[in-house]
Design a protein around this ligand. Structure first.
Ligand code: CP
Length: 312
């Protein structure tokens, strides 16, 4: 594997989950693998978990991580081809990616979508430009349309906590006050469709995800129907895909409550807004797996780094 920018880069999710669990058992087993190798982490957007867990993963492999908040600290990067750079951008991605490739053996990038121009967002121009102009492997730390480190994490967490051989997993939309991306929901959907689970999605009318990603996954517009016999309820808000980036529904009836999820385990990628997305009674109970999920971010990232390092 050269790059890791999509759940589709996983050849066998079952094998990957077992490998990640083995890394978790003995996190320093590959401490020599990344010796004298540098991981560059480039953030165009905020992060807590991705930023820390990916550095931790690199350190567990003996790598040297270096971090840059690109939006705040670097020169404004131009991505357009042939642009007359007489505006706010000062450096072209062609030079920036080539230069960073001399300092780093692997580059990890976080770049969120605009949520105003669907075609531009779906072109994944930031991630694709790094892949095109960098001479080293590229990892997505969440792009416009996917969050594959999170999706792998979630698959590992479900495998660890499943009590039956084919659990029912529900991805449920929940209300939020801001327009949020589809990336986490997309990668979770892609991961679940590779797993041996009964997978369904619950969201209001007008909030169906990209049908190319959901495929034949059953979509409910009634949470109660979707949650029946659920083993896991994975919750995330996303803005409308059909009316791209629109937020015209913050219906509190879609908030996750203890009563609604019953015996199911609750999952969320974090950060989460309490008592808007999910009530305190869920997060503060044994039903919640959010802290265990966040812990698994390290081992998902470590597995991805390990596979890339083994291929350098
Ligand atoms: N889940 C996740 O990606 O968290 P951060 O945005 O804090 O990195």
């Amino acid at each position: 594997m050269k790059h890791y920018t999509s759940i589709n880069d996983i050849d066998n999710i079952h094998t990957w989950i077992e490998e990640a669990k083995a890394l978790k058992e003995n996190p320093l087993q590959g401490i020599e693998l990344g010796k004298n190798k540098t991981l560059g982490l480039l953030f165009f957007n905020s992060s807590l978990r991705t930023r820390l867990s990916t550095q931790k993963a690199a350190l567990n492999l003996g790598m040297n991580p270096i971090v840059m908040n690109v939006s705040g600290d670097a020169w404004g990067i131009e991505f357009g081809d042939g642009t007359v750079m007489n505006g706010s951008t000062a450096e072209h991605i062609k030079e920036a990616a080539a230069v960073i490739s001399q300092y780093c053996d692997i580059i990890a990038v976080r770049a969120f979508p605009s949520l105003t121009d669907r075609a531009l967002d779906e072109s994944e121009y930031v991630l694709e430009s790094f892949k095109k102009f960098a001479s080293v492997p590229v990892i997505s730390m969440e792009s416009a349309t996917g969050h594959p480190l999170q999706g792998l994490t979630d698959a590992i967490t479900i495998a660890e906590h499943a009590k039956v051989s084919k659990p029912k997993v529900v991805l449920s939309w929940a209300p939020h006050v801001k327009a949020l991306p589809h990336a986490v929901a997309n990668s979770f959907t892609q991961a679940m469709r590779k797993m041996d689970v009964e997978f369904v999605i619950a969201n209001p009318e007008g909030y169906n995800l990209n049908p190319v990603i959901t495929g034949d996954t059953p979509i409910y517009h009634n949470q109660e129907d979707a949650f029946k016999d659920a083993d896991f309820v994975y919750t995330k808000n996303w803005s409308s895909y059909e009316d791209y980036g629109l937020v015209d529904n913050i219906d509190p009836e879609w908030m996750i409550t203890k009563e609604k999820i019953g015996e199911a385990k609750f999952m969320h990628c974090l950060p989460v807004r309490r008592n808007l997305v999910v009530e305190d009674a869920v997060l503060d109970s044994d039903s919640s797996l959010v802290i265990q999920q966040a812990n698994n971010r390290t081992f998902a990232a470590q597995l991805v780094l390990k596979k890339i390092l083994e291929n350098l």
